[in-house]
Design a protein around this ligand. Structure first.
Ligand SMILES: Cc1ncc(COP(=O)(O)O)c(C=O)c1O
Ligand SMILES: N[C@@H](CCCC[NH3+])C(=O)O
Length: 431
């Protein structure tokens, strides 16, 4: 919900410069209306359209108590990938049965927490994981629903670091006949788990549905194998997330139905062919729910013009609040929040304050004449920004503000210097 009044940027009805003054910078700003709009889209084109479907927000994209409250209110389920995310969900009173747990190396203690809270599903993604789950469930006299995350052996067109479905990947149960069949049999026979079905996630920031559809075929073959070989009917298929968003003009974003309609049509057709009731279908979008809802505000400080080469405009954050440009060469768009109407006369490079030459947020962008004290806004930073923030150089993690139709709410306080050293100790020998 980006707008402009006079010469100033507005986010979901709130004056961005005033937000920067009130809460300080760097500042993550999330438009609640945008998040709600995405959830509504998912309800309209998926949950309400097809019975027996669920959408679990992949909360690694942005995990916070307030976010989990929005997700619950909007009728979505929640995907967590660590004890920390699960703990946050518990603290937000997120309904246990609506939580699913992903991750390629879940710790014994994390599985215990999941079983104790009674979460809806564990997505098994490790060759020893079923053993761990059985040990925990046996000890606690409980039974839990599981799906297997498979490695679908598909290539996807995204940055190599965020592609997850290829054969050479740490994620998923390999498709080798002896491995996958062994696991399926073990799950079917287990008295501690209720084996529901298969999960895949092919990668993130995708604008093409081919890898989803290819991975789906592999899952369907396994569904058929379960029926023929074990007379076992699969009840659930999870097709992951990965739906791309718009960061800049290079992104040709596709709407949800572009991915979901062919997936649903194929599953319906296949279920009829092999004579089973269509399994429940689950999606796990993360980035597409929060990415475009987030804007980061920074204050411009030092400006260095290297004649004939480049103008560096330094802001008061950097790779510590958005690692994506440094890690994935991700490209963003931004604008001077207090000079919205001014013509973009200068080509500059927006860099951070960390002691790294690679700490560059936007290379070669045209902006209005920059001066120290100006507020620079970077768009579409809502996914994997705050959630990947770090304390490198002992920079403190910024605050997060939720805005909604002209109202603003602080949802994460800015970390203080004391917060950063709270867990540090000086041994007596150094006193
Ligand atoms: C298992 C799993 N599900 C869902 C997601 C969410 O992906 P995205 O944020 O691209 O929608 C991820 C991250 O890529 C993932 O690894
Ligand atoms: N952190 C990645 C996405 C990882 C997705 C998790 N499998 C990004 O910012 O693009």
């Amino acid at each position: 919900m980006i707008g402009k009044k006079n010469n100033t940027l507005y986010i979901d009805g709130c004056n961005a410069v005033k937000l920067a003054q009130e809460y300080g910078t760097p500042l993550y700003v999330y438009s609640e209306s945008d998040i709600v709009g995405k959830c509504r889209e998912i309800r309209e084109c998926f949950l309400n359209k097809y019975p027996n479907t669920r959408a679990a927000y992949a909360s690694k994209a942005f995990s916070s108590l307030a976010m989990y409250k929005i997700i619950e209110r909007e009728g979505l389920c929640l995907d967590v990938v660590s004890g920390g995310e699960l703990y946050t969900a518990i603290k937000a009173n997120f309904p246990a049965e609506k939580i699913e747990f992903n991750g390629n190396n879940k710790l014994f203690s994390e599985i215990e927490l999941a079983v104790d809270y009674g979460i809806g599903r564990i997505i098994v993604d490790g060759l020893n994981e079923l053993d761990l789950i059985e040990q925990v469930c046996k000890r606690k006299k409980k039974k839990i629903n599981i799906l297997y995350r498979i490695t679908p052996e598909v290539e996807s067109d995204s940055h190599d670091y965020i592609v997850t479905g290829k054969k050479d990947s740490k994620f998923g149960i390999p498709l080798d006949e002896d491995v996958i069949s062994y696991h399926i049999e073990k799950a079917i026979q287990s008295e501690y788990v209720n084996f529901l079905g298969f999960h895949f996630h092919v990668g993130s920031q995708l604008h093409d549905n081919t890898s989803h559809l290819a991975a789906l075929e592999t899952s369907l073959k396994l569904v058929e194998q379960c029926k023929k070989q074990y007379n076992y009917t699969i009840k659930e298929l999870n097709v992951g997330g990965g739906f791309g968003i718009r960061y800049n003009d290079e992104d040709h974003k596709k709407p949800y139905p572009y991915f979901l309609e062919p997936i649903m049509a194929r599953i319906e057709e296949f279920s009829q062919q092999i004579g089973i009731e269509r399994p429940a279908v689950v999606i796990e979008p993360g980035r597409s729910i929060v990415g475009e809802a987030g804007t980061t505000l920074h204050t411009i400080g030092s400006i260095k013009n290297i004649k004939g080469i480049r103008k560096y405009v330094s802001i008061d954050g950097g790779m510590t609040d958005n690692i994506r440009p440094a890690l994935y060469q991700a490209k963003y768009e931004g604008i001077m929040a207090n000079k919205m109407g001014d013509s973009k006369t200068e080509k500059v490079t927006i860099c951070g304050k960390c002691c790294e030459s690679g700490d560059i947020l936007i290379k070669d962008i045209n902006i209005a004449h920059p001066e120290p004290g100006d507020i620079f806004a970077i768009f579409s930073t809502g996914a994997y920004g705050y959630s990947m923030a770090s304390n490198y150089n002992k920079n403190n993690i910024p605050a997060v503000v939720l805005v909604n139709k002209g109202k603003d709410y602080l949802i994460v306080k800015r970390q203080t210097y004391d917060d950063m050293i709270r867990n540090e100790l000086i041994p007596d020998s150094l006193k």
